[in-house]
Design a protein around this ligand. Structure first.
Ligand code: C5P
Length: 319
């Protein structure tokens, strides 16, 4: 996450993520799944601009390009209380109110969002926006919440929000909200393809079966610390991929498209529908992206790279 702070305004660039590993361990009583996943943030960013208001409203606006980029009205980004950004800001505000004895009301916030990360794609866009909004108002309102407190609050908003507050690469367990950062070098070349259909996380999890003998992420997390994309690529795994493949033909189509490329390894990310491949370097990745965009004219293609913690966690640039 990148934060630029200037007077009463904050600009936050919030990254997408891919899952290098995702295994299910159990179905919990609250309906969620106990999982073990390895997530890396990647250099595909949404931009959030937050500015203090003179009243106490939280107002969300979308850039015109972001409205045009939505695949369908169903994937249009909400601008009301259903937007995770709204809920993130409201949550921080109620937490501040709870801890303060005065009647003093925090000023409202205007949020302008420019989305490039596709929705319903397994790329964590909404969770990343929520994490960015939390970081943003923490600075704007001078709340002074530390990372651990923000992560605890963020877990109430979505399973991936605590990860995005940390960034880089991490092993995440529980619902995904318990984050253990991994020492993993940045700049692994990644190409992501988002097909024209999206998949609902809830629907995909709803159809999955818990394996009798779950796989462990230990092997791939060891490989990630070496930073050798070739070794990491050999151990990619996503338990949800076969479930998603039963819901749309696109997963099989994407698998075969990546198989014909000079790709080290490929799989679906999160609960889909996006699919990604790892490449030896950026040049090879760019050639593959060009080839994929010829073969799959309906899909969106992004060539990007994994981010290290320093690149993806918050840093302030005062103008
Ligand atoms: O927490 P998040 O917003 O990512 O979850 C979206 C939906 O995905 C949940 O409502 C739940 O149905 C499913 N889910 C799950 N187990 C998880 C994470 C998500 O079943 N660990």
């Amino acid at each position: 996450m990148r934060i630029r702070f200037s007077g009463n305004q904050v600009e936050v660039q919030t990254p997408a993520k891919v899952n290098f590993f995702l295994e299910l361990h159990d179905r919990r009583e609250d309906g969620f799944h106990q999982l073990e996943t390895i997530i890396s943030s990647v250099s595909l960013f949404d931009t959030l601009r937050l500015r203090l208001r003179h009243d106490n409203q939280i107002m969300i606006g979308l850039s015109p390009t972001c409205v045009q980029r939505a695949d369908s009205p169903a994937h249009a980004v909400p601008t009301d209380k259903n937007n995770l950004v709204y809920r993130a800001i409201d949550l921080i505000r109620s937490q501040v109110r709870r801890g303060s004895n005065s009647e003093w009301e925090l000023p409202g916030v205007d949020v302008w969002i420019d989305k490039r990360i596709p929705a319903a794609a397994g790329l964590g866009g909404a969770s990343s926006n929520a994490a960015g909004a939390m970081m943003g108002v923490n600075h704007l309102w001078n709340c002074g919440f530390r990372l651990a407190s923000l992560q605890q609050l963020g877990a109430q908003l979505g399973s991936d929000v605590p990860f995005f507050l940390t960034g880089g690469s991490a092993v995440c367990i529980g619902r995904g909200e318990r984050v253990f950062p991994l020492k993993s070098p940045a700049n692994m070349a990644v190409v992501i393809v988002k097909p024209p259909i999206g998949l609902s996380t809830r629907d995909v999890f709803g159809r999955c079966t818990i394996p009798r003998t779950p796989f462990s992420s230990r092997g791939i997390s060891e490989q990630m610390s070496t930073g050798k994309a070739r070794s990491v690529a050999k151990q990619l795994f996503n338990r949800l991929e076969s479930v998603a493949a039963g819901m749309t033909d696109w997963i099989v189509r994407l698998k075969s498209s990546f198989s014909g490329l000079n790709c080290l390894g490929h799989q679906m990310t999160g609960s889909g529908s996006s699919y990604f491949g790892l490449f030896t370097n950026q040049m090879v990745a760019l050639r593959a992206a060009a080839c994929l965009s010829n073969r799959l004219p309906d899909a969106k293609i992004f060539a990007c790279s994994t981010l290290g913690r320093v690149q993806s966690s918050s840093f302030l640039v005062r103008d």
